[in-house]
Design a protein around this ligand. Structure first.
Ligand SMILES: Nc1nc2c(ncn2[C@@H]2O[C@H](COP(=O)(O)OP(=O)(O)OP(=O)(O)O)[C@@H](O)[C@H]2O)c(=O)[nH]1
Ligand SMILES: [Mg+2]
Length: 276
């Protein structure tokens, strides 16, 4: 099951790959490149196979993507390729910028072409899609500490992404709120405070108000950055989020099978394996 990580430059997408790899591998992983500078780090699409501590491949991959910059509009064709599993590992993504008028027209065109695409797919069955490669869940990675000052274009970007997921038959969406430690001293001192801290509750409410997510789709976390050993509190937060991604992804697979977009004999194995 491929899980697509989308979000702003520096939001913590690659750090999530490292944290989850560390949790399952039982050691601190630096597989995905991150940096402490403000520069864009991830420039290409990367698929990371997650393995257990014994090296066994687990039944999901995290797909790290190039971050969105302020002023950028949705790269519909690019994201569609990722959803359909047609983007190769290490492939680049060109940013797309546009003024508000261009962006509105483009958005309209995207809506229409998205509708045509989903209708076509419904009519012919998605036989050309490789079910191992396509995405079954999308994760919006949002920096909790800077949400209050999020750029309007980035806000629109997320809204447009949500529309695209709907056009694709309702791909499950999860929000992972990183850098919760920057939002609250209590969380910085004790990760357990994340579940009751008012500062974090406010950020969660802001995500609900801005983007229309439900509370159970939003997971505040703190990435593993300096620790050599994986802390239990870190693991619990990430595993809860991951469990939700996999459950919802599985439901989506069932729906695709019911609509005959994928064949049950092909996907049943994957469902069994997707149990954590
Ligand atoms: N305090 C804190 N810092 C974090 C957290 N997650 C990520 N960071 C820091 O944020 C910076 C950016 O993290 P990345 O994982 O590289 O972000 P990215 O979204 O992959 O960025 P691009 O690849 O440039 O799009 C790094 O300096 C990380 O150490 C977190 O939960 N808490
Ligand atoms: Mg990155």
């Amino acid at each position: 099951m491929n899980i697509l990580l989308l979000g702003q430059v520096g939001a913590g997408k690659s750090s999530i790959v490292n944290t989850i790899t560390s949790i399952f591998g039982d050691f601190a992983s630096h597989k995905a490149e991150i940096t402490s500078s403000d520069q864009i780090v991830t420039r290409v699409y990367r698929q990371y196979q997650i393995r257990s501590s014994t090296g066994k491949e687990l039944a999901f991959r995290l797909c790290d993507t190039k971050g969105i910059e302020n002023g950028e509009t949705i790269r519909t064709a690019d994201i569609q390729q990722m959803i359909d599993g047609k983007k190769s590992d290490m492939e680049t993504s060109e940013p797309s910028y546009g003024g508000s008028n261009i962006s509105n027209i483009q958005r309209l065109k995207d809506n229409v072409s998205g509708f045509v695409r989903s209708t076509k797919r419904w009519m012919c069955g998605a036989k050309t899609l490789d079910i191992n490669k396509r995405a079954y869940c999308v994760v919006y990675v949002i920096d909790a500490s800077s949400l209050h000052s999020i750029h309007e274009t980035v806000e629109n970007y997320f809204k447009d992404c949500r529309k695209l997921m709907k056009q694709n038959g309702g791909i499950p969406e999860i929000v992972v709120l990183t850098k919760a430690d920057y939002c609250s001293k209590a969380v910085k001192g004790d990760l357990k405070a994340i579940s009751y801290c008012p500062d974090i509750k406010n950020v969660v409410q802001m995500v609900m108000d801005k983007f229309g997510f439900l509370e159970n789709q939003i997971f505040p976390v703190v990435n593993m950055l300096k620790d050599v050993r994986v802390r239990t509190e870190t693991s619990i937060l990430f595993l809860m989020a991951l469990r939700q991604m996999l459950f919802q992804g599985r439901e989506y697979i069932h729906e695709l099978a019911d609509k005959k977009e994928i064949h049950t004999d092909v996907y049943s194995d994957h469902i069994v394996q997707a149990k954590l």
